[in-house]
Ligand binder design. Structure first.
Ligand code: ISJ
Ligand code: MG
Length: 461
């Protein structure tokens, strides 16, 4: 017999001035493939799906369909607006049982001041969804929830139809053979701003030498054209197999899938404890264990990378100091090794103050000097001036929160936007006074690699 929980609560959605009823039901199901569940939504829920898995693989989340979206273009107010609306919707939700929590998933774009047209045109500055069908796999248990927000007080028929649809989706995910997806076939590969990028590194280091900023993260993109349409499950399956040691994420908005495999946590909140990670300073992996070790040691001892890293530690530690008690920050970084690259890494944690929340921390932390720079204002101005693109969700916070204030946001690097038969990959690096254009360029090539591999390409060394 399946475990089953059903709840109905009344909420007010202020922005619409409406009173809504929130019906939800959660069942425990035998473990199923999260990707197969995602793929089961291919026909009916394209454009309204999301996928998430944390680094430790202890939490996997899939959403199909939108029971409700929270989106806005409220600039610096966007974090508060999302928080207020989510609080309103969930204020009558029963607390205490993690498995029954409705989850809000989405992201905040990197820079709401950026209006450069392209693949991110029309993408909201804050874009979050509560899924109609939510799959959560935690500690080897799988739960599927139905969420329905409606004005109807009598929604039994509607809810019954959703139960049928849920059973159909679970069945499809459980019985279909595990599909093996082929890699997309690339027909053209284009580095749109290679020359301007190299020039901009010199311009930014000049700016830094004139003491107008200390560090600025400059990024660029790579454009791919495929032979034919590429599907979301097809690319997600590649990163699931190829990047197991990273956060994995996919978020659909209309015909765009933003996806990636990031090693970097922005913030996690669990039962009142907050965690962040400082990840900055990079070197490639060695071809042998010995070479890898030697590269790692040289990264740990390199003053230029150490400088890039320290700006991040100082800023995240300062933010935690303001929002937490019992804060811990190790004295020196260690190495974070992932498939294609090694980074300097310093974890930070603390006990959250009463009034601090995951979205308030996200608001304060974004962008950290790992993605923006120091000072923040000057760095953002330099990015707007020297980066001829729109980052969209690249380098931005992406993740989830529940009704009790738990949640996690990753920094959406090692990421790409897929639009039908085209993809745009993004990568950047921290520029400090002694950065050199050619080695920064090569660092971005290494950072493109995870998404390029997933999309069927490879780099000429
Ligand atoms: C900006 C990126 O990565 C960031 C920059 C790093 C660096 O310059 O050393 C390292 C890790 C990330 O914080 C990216 O991957 O695009
Ligand atoms: Mg770097």
């Amino acid at each position: 017999m399946q475990q089953k929980w059903y709840q109905a609560t009344e909420v007010e959605v202020d922005s619409l001035g409406q009173s809504l009823h929130f019906y939800m039901e959660t069942i425990e199901v035998s473990r199923l493939s999260a990707l197969a569940f995602y793929a089961a939504g291919e026909e009916c829920y394209k454009g309204e799906r999301f996928y998430w898995q944390n680094r430790e693989k202890t939490m996997t989340l899939v959403g199909l369909g939108h029971a409700h979206t929270i989106q806005n273009n409220a600039k610096e107010n966007r974090f508060d607006a999302v928080e207020a609306e989510w609080k309103n919707i969930t204020k009558n939700c029963p607390k205490g049982q993690q498995a029954l929590q409705p989850i809000l998933f989405g992201g905040f774009t990197f820079d709401p001041q950026n209006n450069v047209d392209g693949e991110w045109t029309d993408f909201p500055e804050a874009y979050f969804a509560l899924a109609t069908f939510q799959l959560v796999i935690r500690d080897d248990k799988a739960y599927v929830s139905i969420h329905l927000l409606t004005q109807d007080q009598q929604a039994e028929d509607q809810f019954e139809a959703l139960r049928k649809e849920r059973d159909h989706l679970i069945h499809a995910a459980q019985v279909k053979e595990v599909k093996t997806y082929t890699k997309p076939e690339i027909i053209s590969y284009f580095e749109p701003y290679k020359e301007p990028y190299l020039v901009s590194i010199d311009q930014v280091t000049a700016l830094i030498k004139q003491k107008k900023a200390d560090k600025v993260v400059i990024a660029r993109s790579l454009a791919l054209q495929f032979k034919e349409y590429v599907s979301a499950p097809q690319v997600l399956s590649q990163i699931i197999h190829e990047q197991p040691e990273s956060y994995l994420f996919g978020l659909e908005h209309r015909n765009l899938l933003f996806f990636g495999a990031s090693p970097e946590r922005l913030v996690k909140v669990e039962d009142g404890r907050a965690f962040s990670s400082c990840v900055a300073g990079s070197i490639k992996r060695g071809k042998t264990a010995e070479e890898d070790e030697a590269f790692g040691q040289s990264l740990l001892n390199d003053p230029k990378n150490g400088g890039e890293h320290q700006y991040v530690v100082d800023m995240i530690a300062e933010t935690f100091r303001k929002n937490c008690v019992d804060m811990t920050v190790p004295d020196r970084p260690r190495l974070l090794k992932i498939r294609d690259i090694q980074h300097l890494y310093t974890p930070v944690e603390g006990q959250l103050n009463q009034d601090a929340t995951i979205l308030q921390l996200t608001k304060s932390l974004h962008p950290t000097p790992a993605l923006g720079g120091v000072p923040r204002k000057e760095a953002l101005a330099a990015i707007r001036k020297y980066e001829p693109m729109n980052r969209g969700l690249y380098a931005a916070p992406i993740g989830w929160l529940d009704a009790e204030g738990n949640g996690e946001f990753a920094v959406a690097i090692r990421s790409a936007a897929l639009l039908n038969d085209k993809a745009y990959l993004y990568a950047g690096g921290g520029i400090v006074a002694d950065s050199e254009p050619q080695s920064e360029y090569e660092e971005t090539l290494v950072k493109f690699r995870p998404m390029l591999r997933a999309l069927g390409g490879q780099l000429h060394e």
